[in-house]
Design a protein around this ligand. Structure first.
Ligand code: PAF
Length: 283
């Protein structure tokens, strides 16, 4: 596995592979790999000839009060894990390699980048869309792989790919969960033992809603959101940021659950740790 830090080195290796007729998969990450990340890499290794993983804690997607400085990092461990699953190249640039001094261009979306996570993280999706568009331009992959855990992000990336005419297949990879249901996240690392068991309330609320829709044919979104919110509010350390049932494509809240709908939620634990999760409300 090759590890490079500059755009020029990444492009040189990738264009050699492309010259050999290889297809290229890109897995954009911010590092501190867990099995959710490795699942994205495995999907790319299965589907493409060469897999490129970018490892970049993107400063522009963090708000001033957020955890950029303390975001967990483990470069050596990450490279070992990526190599084990068959990644061909890790691109780990410094911020000035991605954002040249005086850069002025941003990618921002209108509708999809408002509401849900954007309410609590203003500017976050502009940071994500900008860095993803840059990575797409650097790597020019045939396919790019993103987790469904960040469902709003995935939807935004599909839209920007279409809007900016990138010829890249966007592959959404299902959420990888711990044995008890907790969605894997680098931010789980911040949880104390007691918080770790309390935050399961989000998974349970989503699971309750999915069960009601699929097994009991309840279709009224408000009724189910109220039930889920009551469950989450019983957790004293958790603050509910949002719980919403949306149409998967528009991400607009629905009142009657029909077709491809999804329940999305975010909680904050002891004001410090923000966790998100979601579930499809169809089979
Ligand atoms: O999902 C993430 O880890 C990040 O938002 C991404 C897509 C790598 C962009 O920095």
């Amino acid at each position: 596995m090759i590890i490079v830090t500059s755009v020029a080195e990444a492009r040189a290796a990738i264009s050699r592979w492309r010259g050999d007729g290889c297809s290229i998969g890109l897995v954009p990450t911010m590092g501190y790999f867990h099995d959710g990340h490795l699942e994205l890499m495995r999907a790319s290794v299965r589907q493409t000839d060469k897999t490129v993983v970018s490892l970049f804690v993107n400063p522009t997607q963090f708000g001033p009060e957020e955890d950029l400085e303390v975001y967990p990092r483990d470069l050596e461990g990450d490279c070992a894990k990526a190599s084990q699953v068959g990644v061909d190249l890790v691109f780990r640039p410094q911020p000035n390699e991605i954002y040249s001094p005086g850069h002025q261009t941003e990618v921002s979306l209108a509708g999809l980048a408002s509401g849900l996570c954007a309410d609590d993280r203003p500017g976050h999706f502009t940071g994500v869309a900008t860095v993803v568009a840059k990575l797409f331009n650097i790597v020019l992959p045939d396919f790019a792989f993103f987790g469904e855990k960040d469902f709003q992000q995935l939807r935004i990336i599909r839209q920007l790919t279409e809007d900016l005419n990138f010829s890249i297949g966007i592959v959404g990879v299902p959420i990888v969960r711990e044995a008890d249901g907790l969605a894997m996240s680098s931010r789980n690392y911040y949880l104390s033992e007691s918080e770790r068991s309390e935050v399961l309330v989000l998974y349970r609320a989503l699971h309750h809603i999915r069960h009601k829709v699929l097994e009991e044919q309840v279709a009224k979104a408000d009724e189910l959101i109220n039930q889920g919110a009551v469950m989450i509010k019983k957790c004293v350390s958790c603050t509910l940021e949002y719980l919403s049932i949306v149409d998967e494509k528009s991400l607009q809240a629905v009142s009657d659950i029909e077709g491809k709908c999804r329940v999305l939620g975010a909680i904050r634990v002891n004001q410090r740790i923000r966790l998100i999760d979601n579930m499809a409300l169809y089979r």
